[in-house]
Design a protein around this ligand. Structure first.
Ligand SMILES: C[S@@+](CC[C@H](N)C(=O)[O-])C[C@H]1O[C@@H](n2cnc3c(N)ncnc32)[C@H](O)[C@@H]1O
Length: 429
């Protein structure tokens, strides 16, 4: 398979099986030798996912979707992405190679694909995109978001905020990392910048394997918040209840304010990820348990603090996982709500009196964040929402207080650096 065919095959699998790109592409990339080819495949896959609405809009000017085979349409979207965004690749090369793939899919339509892509290439600079006056088209074609999601966020956050959220989630964010030992070795060979929100967090244009080899872990500042909110908590036992691949637990452990941090997750596969990461990062192998945290697995009242970073729709991480826009439906956006409720109930039974639960989700959906904690504390007498900054550093308080809503928690709106996130602190009185 050539590079364009592989990109097409990955996208097809993502949309058909509703999978994340990271679950699909490793298998395909293993069969590519050249690093530049690997990068091109990922560029096409992520680019098409990020701008699919825009690409559909352009393609619809030159071809009729209803009269085109699904596979051919998708293949042409990959071609349109390259013609619009990969300006250093000559148009004739993009068209030639895309037509080559079309021939394999259906030889009869290769002439059609060739003509359409040539047309796109000739006319791409004269296309104007919908403006905000036509809100539905603006959301779908200019911002490249599914209409249901755009409209839901307008209802939840107001129109101006929702548009800003969508624009930020279309940005590629800098690679942000924390170093568990020292950042100095990295600084010798690379330019390393401080990030805007959290002390000790950095970003830089550095290959990922170099970052990891330097014992540093890639983690958005929004995600770093969950352990940071426990930085000044002193206790014996902490539990990271849904911990794989381990980032939040590793950071909490590095603060050394608990005697033991236990890492829990639900399957062996997920546990293996924690082990793999701790080995790669040369960290001490953590204490790990495997249990379904919707059910009682630990002794009641046994942990001083619990991080419950619950499974969720992931809509706050669309910058890094743009395919989430196209693999979620209105129904499955809320499909984890019952699991989240059960996990929080279980965390509350498991935490000691006076102990704290940090509940977080990398989601923009209030049903998975605000509603879960509000419903819980209003129905459980001795559950109390506390200020999320009670055990944080001053730096964290100063950086994030603008996101704090009393009686709810921190609703992190995405920006150039931050993913969308929700985090809140509950004490067992
Ligand atoms: C958002 S991820 C956690 C990310 C992790 N905290 C980190 O910072 O690297 C959610 C995790 O919940 C786990 N999970 C899902 N259902 C679970 C359950 N019933 N019990 C325990 N863990 C579960 C998933 O396997 C996944 O690893």
């Amino acid at each position: 398979m050539n590079v364009r065919q592989i990109a097409f095959a990955i996208l097809k699998k993502i949309y058909k099986e509703h999978k994340l790109a990271t679950e699909v592409y490793p298998y395909y990339l293993d069969n590519i030798e050249d690093e530049r080819d690997k990068r091109l495949v990922l560029e096409i896959v992520y680019g098409v996912n990020r701008f699919k609405g825009r690409l559909e809009y352009v393609l619809s000017k030159f071809a009729n979707k209803n009269r085109t085979e699904e596979d051919i349409w998708l293949l042409m979207l990959t071609g349109v992405y390259q013609l619009l965004f990969l300006t250093r690749t000559p148009a004739y090369a993009v068209i030639h190679q895309t037509v080559d793939v079309a021939k394999k899919l259906n030889p009869k339509v290769s002439g059609f694909v060739n003509a359409v892509l040539k047309n796109v290439s000739r006319n791409k600079n004269s296309i104007t995109f919908p403006t905000r006056e036509n809100l539905a088209d603006f959301i779908q074609y200019t911002l490249s978001f599914p209409l249901f999601l755009g409209m839901k966020w307008i209802a939840d956050y107001g129109e101006d905020n929702a548009i800003e959220i969508m624009k930020s989630l279309n940005l590629k964010k800098p690679v942000v990392f924390r170093c568990f030992k020292d950042v100095k070795p990295l600084k010798k060979d690379y330019i390393v910048h401080k990030t805007p929100y959290i002390e000790g967090s950095y970003h830089g244009n550095i290959p990922i394997y170099i970052i990891r080899a330097a014992e540093c872990y890639i983690m958005n500042e929004a995600s770093q918040l969950a352990p940071e909110l426990l930085r000044n908590f002193k206790g014996e036992f902490a539990l990271d209840a849904a911990s794989s691949p381990g980032g939040k637990g590793f950071l909490l452990k590095s603060f050394e304010n608990f005697e033991e941090v236990i890492f829990n997750d639900v399957t062996k596969e997920r546990i293996d990820k924690i082990l793999e990461n701790s080995r790669d990062l040369m960290l001490e192998i953590p204490s790990i348990t495997m249990s379904d945290f919707t059910k009682p697995a630990f002794k009641e009242n046994s942990f001083d603090a619990i991080i419950l970073d619950a499974p969720c729709s992931g809509t706050g991480t669309i910058s890094g996982h743009p395919e989430i826009k196209w693999i979620r439906s209105p129904q499955n956006l809320k499909s984890k709500v019952n699991v989240q409720k059960e996990m929080l109930k279980n965390a509350f039974n498991t935490v000691k009196k006076g102990g704290v639960i940090i509940y977080s989700v990398c989601s923009m959906e209030k049903e998975e964040g605000e509603a879960i904690v509000s419903d819980f504390v209003s129905s459980v007498e001795n559950a109390k929402l506390i200020s999320p900054f009670e055990y944080s550093s001053e730096n964290i308080r100063n950086s994030f207080s603008k996101f704090y809503k009393e009686g709810v928690g921190l609703r992190i709106l995405p920006d150039k650096f931050l993913d969308g996130f929700f985090v809140s602190a509950i004490r067992k009185e």
